[in-house]
Write a protein that binds this ligand. Structure first.
Ligand code: ZN
Ligand code: ZN
Length: 174
């Protein structure tokens, strides 16, 4: 998700350009599966202001049943990016602070949205993802996914410790 913004940086303050995004990620290190939406960039006094409204789809693992499910969400991004090199003078721009490190436009005038998008996507994800609000999770005895139907132990509610005690009593009696 990289954009060459040399033209924008050469232009006057207020100059803008827009892009459509439609990307599907398949690599193992992906933070989301799919991104679609639009990006709007405006030349500011110091750099480029990026507005983006992006629909993302991310595969998450349910905290109760451990099943995978698709989490759709919309990210509303607004971030200013700063060039490392002044396009007019060729001089190095003043050093930027640590929290602006992901909003750098590199020396080839490439603005990379990937890291910002990753941060917004992670901040948007639920702390405890659930496949559905009423997910019933896994059976504590046999581990079956109870969303897919009841297991054999679910109606008897066997506590494994009590089961062992019952066996012990039985063997003493026997
Ligand atoms: Zn679940
Ligand atoms: Zn069970």
């Amino acid at each position: 998700m990289q954009y060459n913004v040399a033209k924008l940086l050469e232009g006057p303050i207020g100059m803008s350009s827009s892009y459509n995004i439609e990307e599907i990620y398949t690599e193992a290190s992906r933070f989301t599966d799919q991104v679609t939406g639009s990006v709007h960039m405006v030349r500011t006094h110091q750099g480029v202001l990026v507005y983006a409204v992006l629909d993302i789809q991310t595969t998450l693992t349910c905290g109760r049943c451990l099943g995978e499910f698709v989490w759709p969400s919309t990210l509303d991004i607004e971030e200013e990016f700063f060039p490392m090199v002044d396009l007019h003078t060729g001089c190095q721009s003043p050093p930027i602070t640590d929290d602006e490190v992901d909003q750098r436009i590199d020396t080839d005038h490439v603005l990379d949205l990937t890291e910002i998008l990753r941060q917004y996507a992670i901040a948007d994800m639920p702390m405890k993802p659930l496949c559905t609000a009423n997910c019933v999770g896994l059976c504590r005895v046999c581990g079956s996914n109870l969303n897919q139907g009841e297991c054999n132990c679910s109606d008897t509610e066997v506590d494994p410790r009590r089961g062992a005690l019952a066996d012990l009593l039985k063997s003493q009696k026997g």
